[in-house]
Design a protein around this ligand. Structure first.
Ligand SMILES: Cc1cc2nc3c(=O)[nH]c(=O)nc-3n(C[C@H](O)[C@H](O)[C@H](O)COP(=O)(O)O)c2cc1C
Length: 366
């Protein structure tokens, strides 16, 4: 047992007490509601030489069963060995230590003991006693354990829910791919006049498939990066029409709830398809370019999708050339609470403005 440790100012120092019971502070400790023990490290195995009534009440042992024993008798089968070793090491090195341990009462019932042990040095710096304060923190420890368990259960359930949702996205995407495959079959053998209609429908379904694919790929449940979605869908469109039209996309990254991403993606698709269709119909001599710009405008917290093309020709542009699928676009724009404007001065740029609030989770009416 460590002995001569010196007595710096912050250390508890006592006069050697030949008769412990006559020490006036003992009465104070005795009356305290905090279970308290005093041990004598100068005696073999550092036994308890004093225990107050609160300690007797907490442990259920009689004072005669406590005095003269090392405190380890409170430990039991489920006491964490590492924790009690840490207390023993601190005691051997005459250091203060705080630790929460599982202890047992005389009747065998366990309790969580938040223990604090401090060495006490005499006036010449010799280790004289150890004082131990034992707090029963069972209720708190159990509440914490219940909270931890509840949290873990919740996390497991959430993970399971997430897995299921991702699985659903995967299946929806597969089904949409199957539908696209079936439509393509029909395009091949159907009436050539219906081909364009089939192609339009196929492209809309591809937009939906691409949204589900992104949800699945990025392990997202309910939101996608709409900027990335635009880049990808325009990339596909670009390769389909590369002979005649180039599509340039400049898109800010923007996380968008799936309920809003679907109408937004379909509107973008209709507007871009209208421009492609027009460039091809007009039969421009030069290669047409469509410019797609998607911005999150922080100043008024709106998002803005602007579509223009270089093949505008002279004179006004009939509205049918801007919105060939006007009905669909109108319905989706209304659903989003968005605004659609056309700027003839800026090359008939079509601009869709959506307030950010309409794109947040659950804020979009189904
Ligand atoms: C003043 C004092 C109070 C102590 N109080 C407790 C206690 O309430 N519960 C406990 O498990 N160990 C307590 N200990 C630590 C034990 O004496 C013992 O070191 C620990 O249980 C590890 O057992 P071991 O020495 O057999 O490894 C106390 C030690 C001191 C010096």
């Amino acid at each position: 047992m460590a002995a001569d440790k010196g007595a710096p100012q912050n250390r508890s120092v006592v006069q050697a007490q030949p008769n412990l019971e006559s020490w006036p502070f003992v009465a104070v400790v005795q009356a305290s509601h905090t279970p308290t023990t005093l041990t004598d490290p100068r005696l073999p195995d550092n036994p308890i030489i004093f225990a107050n009534d609160a300690f007797v009440r907490l442990t259920g042992y009689g004072r005669d069963e406590i005095l003269g024993r090392n405190c380890r008798f409170l430990g039991g089968p489920d006491t964490d060995r590492e924790a009690s070793n840490a207390v023993r090491n601190a005691v051997e090195e005459a250091r203060a230590v705080s630790m929460t341990l599982l202890n047992y009462r005389k009747d065998g019932s366990p309790f969580w003991n938040q223990l604090h042990v401090s060495p006490i040095f005499d006036e010449v710096g010799m280790l004289a006693y150890f004082v131990g304060y034992q707090h029963d923190v069972t209720a708190q420890a159990e509440a914490e354990r219940a909270l931890r368990n509840a949290r873990q259960e919740l996390e497991e359930r959430l993970a399971e829910r997430e897995r299921l949702i991702l699985e659903i996205h995967h299946r929806v995407r597969n089904n949409l791919q199957t539908i696209v495959g079936l439509l393509n079959l029909e395009v091949g053998r159907g009436d050539p006049r219906l081909r364009q209609q089939f192609n339009l429908i196929t492209q809309r379904i591809r937009v939906l498939g691409s949204i589900h694919e992104q949800l699945e790929r990025f392990n997202q449940w309910t939101a996608i990066d709409f900027g990335r979605h635009l880049e990808e869908t325009c990339g596909v469109l670009g390769t389909l029409f590369e002979e005649r039209v180039a599509i340039r996309v400049d898109a800010d990254p923007f996380m968008c709830d799936i309920q809003a991403a679907v109408p937004l993606g379909l509107i973008a698709n209709e507007l871009i398809a209208a421009r492609i269709e027009r460039i091809i119909r007009i039969g421009l001599a030069e290669h047409g370019t469509i410019q797609v710009v998607f911005r999150h405008r922080r100043q008024d917290d709106t998002i803005e999708l602007a579509i223009s093309d270089t093949g505008r020709g002279d004179g006004p542009m009939p509205s049918g050339e801007i919105f060939p699928a006007g009905d669909i676009v109108d319905v989706l724009v209304e659903q989003l609470g968005a605004e659609l404007t056309v700027d003839p001065a800026a090359g008939w740029t079509v601009k869709l403005t959506v307030p950010r609030s309409a794109l947040d989770l659950h804020s979009v009416e189904p």
